[in-house]
Design a protein around this ligand. Structure first.
Ligand code: C2E
Ligand code: MG
Ligand code: MG
Length: 407
């Protein structure tokens, strides 16, 4: 079961008109069936197409999904005009006869929610029952977890490449589950976004960061702390009001990491709210750049001061031929738009060295520090200040720079 959702539906509707927009999914069904006549596709709502595919193997299914990706990478023609249809793709797969239709649908819906949040195609295995039931149970337990103080934050530093010092921190949420142990955000944030628990959860995060930032200041470290803001919240006026009230009253120095994709659904409202944030001194960073849907038109309109290159490109920087080009041109683009560039997912000295040569401003990743609790980040900052923890790759960079320049 594959669900394809039109991510830029609002924008397309503006182009083709409300009435014509109602039938866009029929055009997509026709396009898909023309590509692969054996699939059974139907329009399911204004912005969604569902397909059932009987593939011979999981590999064959993955190949077909990759073909869909290629299909939508090019503009489609409606009424003799080309339109770029940006899609979110979620799918559930099960061995024939091992899953009933309702389960398959529910799993595909979860995959779609995950795909929306992670901005990549997601395929969930509907044959394995335990993990999926866990997620549904987790979502139900989340509101109580917020009440019971089961959530906590870890911090990961962003290191200034040229100044060799920590420029800011990113707060990442975790769940200390009484039965399951540590649960990472990928397992509950996508569902929280759907169930609307994300608002209270994010307000909790803001309060916690305000408190932790006071402790950091007492320890002598005045650092901006970035938190991740889910797309749905950017158009939630009540959330925006409450978040601003908390931050303004506390005088905290904060940053919000958002993704470009989260702006696409309702750009007008999202951009207006981002300007409200920026006006009260919150630094806006664009997270996971390159992993999702990008549009230069939006990029220019966002009041963002930081661009974070997705770790997908960074972890493969030294092993792939294409990624260094993408990273390099992204750095140049960001600088042209007067943004600072952060590379996330820096795991090796070689990647750090290459990024430094390419002019990347800041780096974040396991090489510098994993996300750690507040006490550990204070220790890290102290050691760094004393010089007992050197994160100076300059010698290594010099060495690599010679190799790089020579080609
Ligand atoms: P993100 O904001 O892009 O965060 C970066 C993720 O990469 C984190 O995963 C971090 O632990 C991981 N990471 C950091 N350095 C490295 C590295 O060198 N290599 C690799 N392979 N990974 C690295 P985490 O903590 O599991 O968070 C996943 C995502 O969950 C975050 O992606 C963010 O989108 C979301 N998230 C985390 N906390 C919150 C929150 O409080 N609210 C919301 N709405 N989303 C959150
Ligand atoms: Mg982030
Ligand atoms: Mg990221």
């Amino acid at each position: 079961m594959v669900m394809i959702e039109i991510a830029n539906y609002a924008m397309l509707r503006r182009h083709v008109g409300a009435r014509r927009a109602e039938t866009l999914t029929s055009d997509i069904v026709a396009t898909l069936t023309a590509m692969e006549p054996s699939i059974d596709a139907r329009a399911a709502g204004r912005d969604r197409v569902e397909l059932e595919i009987a593939a011979e193997s999981r590999g064959a299914l993955d190949d077909l999904l990759a073909d869909f990706g290629t299909l939508f990478a090019e503009p489609l023609t409606f009424d003799a005009e080309p339109y770029l249809v940006e899609v979110t793709l979620g799918a559930a797969a099960a061995a024939a006869g091992e899953c009933d239709e309702v389960r398959l649908l529910e799993e595909a819906e979860h995959a779609l929610a995950e795909a929306r949040s992670e901005r990549r195609a997601v395929v969930r295995d509907a044959t394995r029952t335990s993990a999926t039931i866990d997620r549904i149970a987790l979502a139900r337990e989340l509101p109580a977890a917020i009440q019971n103080n089961e959530l906590f934050l870890q911090y990961q530093p962003k290191l200034h490449v040229r100044q060799h010092k920590v420029g800011s921190l990113e707060a990442l949420i975790r769940w200390r589950h009484p039965v399951r142990g540590l649960v990472l955000p990928g397992d509950f944030i996508p569902l929280a976004e759907q169930s609307r628990d994300i608002g209270p959860l994010t307000l909790w995060t803001i309060r916690q960061v305000i408190e932790d930032q006071r402790r950091l200041a007492e320890a002598g470290f005045d650092l901006r702390v970035f938190i991740n803001i889910a797309g749905v919240l950017l158009t939630d006026t009540a959330f925006v009001r409450q978040a601003c009230a908390l931050i303004e009253a506390s005088g905290a120095t904060m940053g919000f990491e958002i993704t470009e994709t989260s702006v696409i659904r309702d750009p007008q409202s999202a951009i207006a709210h981002l300007n409200v944030f920026a006006d009260i001194g919150i630094v806006i960073a664009i997270d996971d750049y390159g992993a999702g849907l990008s549009s230069l038109a939006y990029l220019k309109q966002l009041p963002a001061r930081e661009l974070k290159i997705d770790k997908l490109f960074v972890t493969q920087l030294t092993s792939s031929n294409r990624d260094p080009l993408i990273v390099r041109s992204t750095i140049d683009l960001a600088h042209a738009l007067e943004m600072e560039v952060v590379a996330e997912g820096v795991e090796t000295p070689a990647a750090l060295a290459l990024l430094s040569v390419m002019g990347c401003d800041m780096v974040q990743g396991f090489l510098i520090s994993r996300p750690v609790c507040l006490d550990a980040i204070i220790t890290f900052l102290r050691e760094q200040a004393k010089g007992t923890r050197t994160i100076e790759p300059s010698a290594m960079i010099q060495q690599l720079r010679r190799g790089w320049v020579r080609g």
